[in-house]
Structure formats: C-alpha cells, structure tokens
Design a protein around this ligand. Structure first.
Ligand SMILES: Cc1cc2nc3c(=O)[nH]c(=O)nc-3n(C[C@H](O)[C@H](O)[C@H](O)COP(=O)(O)O)c2cc1C
Length: 329
C-alpha cells in the first residue's frame, strides 16, 4: 500500500486507541507484524499551547516506524499549526486527522465525529493541514453522524480532492458508538469511489476476519483495534494467512503470560515502576483470557501496588498453568 510516497509492506495496521496504544504496546504490535502503528489522538490546541502532557503522547521509538500521529480539533488554523509542530519536532511518517471520535468531550467541542455534520468545516481543516506540511496526511472517519445522515462517500471524495493520501473508514455512526456491528458495505462503497488507498476498520478480531474484509470490501489495508488488544499476534497471523493461504501460528497461554511480563517491563522502562504497575491493571483481562481461575490472580494484580509483588503474582500464575495445563482450557 502506498500512502503518498510511503510504502507499507504489510497493510494490516494497528488502530489508534486512547489509553492503550502507547509506545510499549505499539512496539509489541510492530514486532508482531503490524505494518504501521498510530499514536492515540492528541489535541491540536494542546499542541499549539505547548502542553507537555500532549507532547508526551507523541514520544516514540524509531523501531515503531512507519508511525502515524493523530490529531483532533475543530479549528483549521490550530489544526494546521499543530501539524507543522508535529512534523518539525517528531518527523512522523503520517499525520492523521481524527474525524471519527464520538466521545462526548471531543464532540462537544465540534471536533472528531461532530465534523461529519459539517463537511465544509472538515474540508477547511483538511485543506489547511495538507497545505501546512510535507508529510502525507491521512484521515479517519466514521460512516456519518447518525443513520439518517450517512456521509462516508461524500466526505471521502471531498477529502481525496483536498489531497488526503489515504482514508480509514470505521463504518459505524457517531450516535451508535459501538452498539451495532460495523457495516462493511460502506467500506466497499467508499473504495469503489476513491483512487487513494482505503483502509477498512471495525470488528476485525481474527486473521480470518481480516482476510474477509479485504475480500468483501476490496479495501487496500485493514486497521485493527480491539482485536489487537485481545491478541497482539493478530498481525503476524494475518500476514501469514495472506501470504501463504493458511495460518499455522498457534499462541499458547504461556506465550500470553510471557508477553504480559514483557509488556510490564517495557512499561516500567517507559513510565517508571509506580505508573507502569498501575497502568498495566487494565491489560490483565486481555492477557489472561481463557485461563481458568485467572480471576483470583487478576484480583491480586489489581490490588498490587508495587512492581516486585506484581512480578511475583505473574510468576505464580505462570507456574500454576505449567503445573496444571488444564487451567488453560
Ligand atoms: C479504548 C479505545 C480508544 C480509542 N481511541 C481512538 C483514538 O484515539 N483515535 C481514533 O481515531 N479512534 C479511536 N478508537 C477507535 C478505534 O481506532 C477503532 O476505530 C474502533 O475501535 C473500531 O475498530 P475495532 O473494531 O478493530 O476495535 C478507540 C477505540 C477504543 C476501543
């Protein structure tokens, strides 16, 4: 897949996910075959104000490349200025515009998916950002604000005409949130109207789903969000299936426990012991799915306040699975 001049060898990408796709998790996914990764969205206004916290979200490791940095906002000038700042300071491979977030505090400020109700303003934003930087600019949209106002094709054509280099389509409406299944037909409709790459997104939870999305929609790339939280190996499995027609990779519970341990150590290097121990708590339900009796270990991990105790509980969990493989059935 070609995004501007950027060649993506394996077009199966990690979706931006606020609170999850930090540097450690992005590295984990790149090492397991993600063709590109994205930072979670950052506020254009925060960047222009020079907010340290906003800038922290964009810190990355060179091994993550190709990396996209995603920005949101409602005002063309700060959006353009923030893109300029991102380009100058971080040199990402892609700058992505968020036109899909349906979280209240973003929509209330007329940003994210609220722009699906105001395509002329979306157009002004795209125009201002594309003219402000040399980095390829991409965008991510939902299908529309509500089912009564599906605008994906109109928005997509407009964004292409403004010089957007690739478009990700998450075919749910803002009003629906995550309530109903993603409607992949909308991805196919957008693809049939555009010349730039179209990246399909929504409800890809296995390598078979990914292959089916390519086939059913004709999309150029697939972007995976929650499916990667549950299974960070989903990228290498999808690549294997697409390259060879089958997937023989099998990930065991012990592999998952080992990756959890590795993830924790990456977080410790990145954030320090205290913050890493706290932030890992939301990950245990993903890593320890499918382990019988994991809930007692999970509860202890959530109560744990220091690194050595956390490491010890994970070690005990691993030992109990080794001692009784039936626990992993
Ligand atoms: C916890 C969480 C955080 C998210 N944060 C972002 C974000 O920062 N930017 C964005 O464009 N989409 C965000 N999304 C939406 C995902 O990128 C993706 O479009 C959506 O989850 C559908 O894909 P999936 O079915 O593969 O998860 C987020 C989704 C989740 C679950």
């Amino acid at each position: 897949m070609l995004i501007g001049n950027l060649k993506i060898d394996d077009p199966v990408l990690l979706a931006p996910m606020a609170g999850y796709t930090d540097m450690p998790f992005r590295l984990i996914c790149r090492e397991r075959g993600a063709g590109a990764v994205y930072t979670e969205f950052v506020s254009s206004e925060g960047l222009v104000r020079g907010s340290e916290k906003t800038n922290d979200y964009l810190v990355f490791d060179e091994h993550e490349r190709p990396i996209g940095m995603q920005v949101f906002g409602h005002d063309p000038q700060p959006m353009a200025e923030s893109a300029r700042l991102i380009e100058a300071q971080f040199h990402p491979d892609i700058i992505d515009l968020n036109f899909g977030c349906s979280v209240k505090k973003v929509v209330k400020r007329n940003a994210g998916s609220a722009l699906l109700k105001d395509l002329p303003l979306m157009q002004n934003i795209a125009n201002a950002v594309v003219r402000a930087v040399r980095t390829p600019v991409t965008a991510k949209i939902r299908a529309g604000w509500s089912r009564q106002s599906i605008v994906a094709v109109a928005a997509a054509k407009m964004l292409e005409s403004e010089g957007i280099c690739a478009l990700t389509v998450h075919p749910r409406t803002a009003v629906d949130g995550f309530k109903f299944p993603a409607d992949w037909k909308i991805i196919a409709e957008v693809k049939s109207e555009l010349s730039i790459p179209v990246i399909g997104n929504g409800d890809v939870n296995s390598e078979n789903d990914a292959a089916r999305m390519f086939k059913e929609t004709g999309c150029d790339g697939v972007m995976i969000g929650r499916g990667a939280l549950a299974d960070p190996w989903i990228f290498q499995k999808t690549n294997e299936l697409l390259h060879t027609g089958q997937c023989s990779t099998v990930i065991s519970i012990l592999d998952r426990i080992e990756l959890c341990r590795h993830h924790l150590s990456l977080e410790v290097n990145y954030r320090g012991e205290m913050e890493a121990t706290t932030m890992m708590k939301k990950w245990y339900r993903w890593y320890f799915r499918g382990i019988r009796n994991a809930s007692t270990f999970r509860e202890r991990l959530v109560r744990s306040h220091n690194l050595s105790e956390t490491q010890e509980i994970i070690r005990e969990l691993k030992e109990s699975v080794c001692a009784d493989p039936a626990l992993s059935q």
